[in-house]
Design a protein around this ligand. Structure first.
Ligand code: PBG
Ligand code: ZN
Length: 322
């Protein structure tokens, strides 16, 4: 026999040697929901193991994460005052801005803080931009997003991550940051973000579901892969430092296509319902959580993601799954 691939599978030493894909804790970003108040640690029902934290309890959890090696976090603000013009999103003392200040004051360079930049948790109607005549207005939204990004940068965010899917927002944010001497604040773009049912549990967590209609006029149609590459290329041209694909599990082909068409680092977002499906089935005893989670993480890396944003991060590191 000329070919015996099984030789390279015989024992664990040889399997480790020939493994094509590796994971490291440095690839992981852990998302957090931050809310008002003190001593809040409110479990999110649809996302077992995930909580809404107030800044003080957040600090404790971040510290716990740091000990595990989680040194990159992504913050979402929840429970802010909502308005038509989303003005609380760019308040100097928004929940997110204040949380960033507190985290940076305590952990300084030990932690890399990323903030989500989008209006859906800050608008009365729950859309990611300014709504007029039942249509999310692109250009009037850009300035608000840029102000929001600037407020986060001023609070000390290391990186901002726009998730709104307006056209031209990467350039608008980049220019705003540069004009205000935040040229070293990085930008990770949710470049190819699909209109997806996989965000369901997140919308409960962030109280950010659109009151009326859906997000299909700005988020991408999941039937389109070429367009996804185009979106990533546009964001690269506009100055993004990292391009992200979201969701991840049902979009491995997109991760691969984007990886092949950009020289930028590629991230993927293992979103809320992907997490919930695994957690729920594991709770019921139908699947082996550790094995399922790690198979998923390796799939993201194999597809081409060098960065993984996942709610599983603490479990993976705490339980030494990796
Ligand atoms: C806000 C935003 C969403 C997610 C990240 N940022 C929800 C949405 O677009 O409706 C989803 C994250 C997740 O499901 O874990 N634009
Ligand atoms: Zn949004």
């Amino acid at each position: 026999m000329l070919h015996r691939p099984r030789r390279m599978r015989r024992d664990s030493i040889v399997r480790e040697m020939v493994a094509e894909t590796r994971l490291s804790k440095d690839m992981f970003i852990y998302p957090y929901f931050v809310t008002k108040g003190k001593k809040v640690q409110q479990p999110i029902e649809a996302m077992p193991g995930i909580n809404r934290f107030s800044a003080d309890t957040l600090l404790k959890d971040v510290e716990k994460g740091l000990k595990l090696g989680v040194n990159k976090i992504l913050l979402f603000g929840v429970g802010e005052e909502k308005a038509e013009d989303a003005h609380s999103a760019y308040d100097d003392h928004s929940i997110v801005a204040d949380a960033v200040r507190l985290i940076k004051k305590n952990f300084a360079e030990d932690i890399y803080v990323i903030t989500d930049v989008c209006l859906c948790a800050y608008t009365t109607h729950g859309h990611c931009g300014i709504l007029e005549h039942d249509y999310v207005q692109n250009d009037p939204t850009l300035d608000i997003l840029a102000k929001m990004a600037l407020a986060h940068a001023e609070a000390g965010a290391d990186m901002v991550a726009p998730s709104d899917m307006m056209d031209g927002r990467v350039l608008a944010i980049r220019q705003k940051l540069d004009q205000n001497h935040f040229e070293n604040t990085a930008l990770m773009s949710y470049a190819t973000k699909f209109a997806s049912a996989y965000y369901g549990p997140f919308r409960e967590a962030a109280d950010s579901a659109p009151g009326k209609g859906d997000r299909k006029s700005y988020q991408m149609d999941y039937r389109n892969a070429r367009e996804a590459v185009r979106e990533a290329k546009i964001d690269e041209t506009e100055g993004a430092d990292i391009v992200m694909v979201k969701p991840a599990l049902a979009y491995l082909d997109i991760i691969r296509a984007v990886r092949r068409n950009t020289t930028l680092p590629v991230a993927c977002y293992n979103v809320s319902a992907e997490y919930t499906m695994v957690k729920t089935a594991a709770k019921l005893g139908y699947i082996d959580e550790q094995r399922i989670v790690m198979e998923n993480m390796f799939a993201f890396a194999r597809a081409g993601a060098g960065i993984i944003i996942s709610y599983h991060t603490h479990d993976i590191l705490e339980k030494k799954w990796m």
